[in-house]
Design a protein around this ligand. Sequence first.
Ligand SMILES: C[S@@+](CC[C@H](N)C(=O)[O-])C[C@H]1O[C@@H](n2cnc3c(N)ncnc32)[C@H](O)[C@@H]1O
Ligand code: SF4
Ligand code: SF4
Length: 453
Amino acid sequence: MPKTISPYTHIIKVKDDVYALFNSLWLRVIFVDGDLLPFIYALMRNEPPKKSLSLLAANFREEGQSLFQQMELQKFMSPESDEIKLDQIRELLDEQKISIMYLIMTSNCNLACTYCYLSEALYQNKLEDMDMVTDTIRKAIDMFAGLVKRGEVEKPEIIFYGGEPLLNIVALEFALKYASTTIPNCSFTMNTNGTLVDEPSAKLLKRFDVEVGLSIDGPENVHDKLRIDRGGKGTFSRAITGYKKLKENGVNVGISCTITPANVGHLAEVTTWLINDLGIESLGFNLMIGEEADSGIVDDYTNSAAKALMDSFEIAKEAGVYEERVMRRVNALSDGQVSLNDCGGCGQQVVITPDNQIGVCQAFMNTGENFFPFNEVENPSNHELWKKWRKRSPFNIPECLDCEALGMCGGGCPYNSLIRYGDFMAPDLVHCAHVKETLHFLLGDLWELSLEA
Ligand SMILES: C[S@@+](CC[C@H](N)C(=O)[O-])C[C@H]1O[C@@H](n2cnc3c(N)ncnc32)[C@H](O)[C@@H]1O
Ligand code: SF4
Ligand code: SF4
């Protein structure tokens, strides 16, 4: 049977006359000289290898032959294994466990950041429903402990979220104590605006080894444009005081920086400032979710953010600072391990709200969609909603199968897809631009490295 080339083969220009032959399903790359492209294009037209080789100038045929051997070794010439791999990946998707629980400690917030994707959900509830009470926390942790045990989850994680979780510190302390004794091996994360951190809260977070993501969008003039309190005042100095307090107490704290209209144009300076002036050790950028990013507030947010993110990643890398979003792609590419999805919302998390609802993604707190009364969902793992969201991966999205970024993408944010394009299974285009930019950058990097080797 004549050999055919994998449909997951892509040719990506790296520089001048150098191209990456990239298999988006197996995450394999072979760098080739432009002179060999006629051979590859012929294979892609399903011409037999011998005939394809004959299209090369005589002095390139030996090189073409050796390229073909490499392609065979690197899974470019075995489409039958592609089908098997794709089936295995889809099975893995369906078998994913719930390993994360978000506890929305309060749906209240002391700030009113103008871009907050939860703004419709915050401050709206009746006062008595805003803060999570210990009874809800206990039930939620017991339920999660059951999921972790039945699923033999190795690394369970509880994320304390809001609103602003430090508005409900008494319940936070209860949750940390109860979860520590109920779920062995559980790690804790908290997202905070930092403005309410004081000595006791910092000590509490240190005692339970909580990893903190503190939101800072840049130096004062940048941060204060959009991260304002409910009286309209900037919150920079309070957030920085909180950050320093956490550091002084030895808390593991990283910065969560949202790429907004206020900083997208100078994210490189923001990154340099975070590293040099604030002395951060880890950093995670958020691409904007919700409707704002595509609503014309910035000309072409999608592409500007993708480029700005890569420039900032490079700056952070040079300074030895770990940027989480891009590193996820780097790891996928370097390990050859496909990224199944990009967000726990794709069926691997439960979100518990103060008003006793359980859902798949916190963004839907705005509308209540995809949430159910907690006592009506006995086992979220077997619930139709979680089963459906587990399938939300590029490997189940037809247009993604043809995309060069398929295996390292993860698919971005299903909430974005739903509210921007009306279908949670549609590609999230802000994420697409970022992932493709990252892939091209990483291939360039790999090429440079191959020259040094
Ligand atoms: C919703 S807040 C909740 C925790 C806490 N109040 C805080 O500000 O960190 C969590 C993170 O989401 C980010 N965020 C808010 N709105 C966003 C949006 N529209 N797009 C992307 N990230 C957003 C915030 O900047 C923050 O880093
Ligand atoms: S502090 Fe957090 S929850 Fe509060 S408005 Fe800002 S981003 Fe939203
Ligand atoms: S979500 Fe976008 S970048 Fe990712 S695989 Fe699909 S089309 Fe490609």
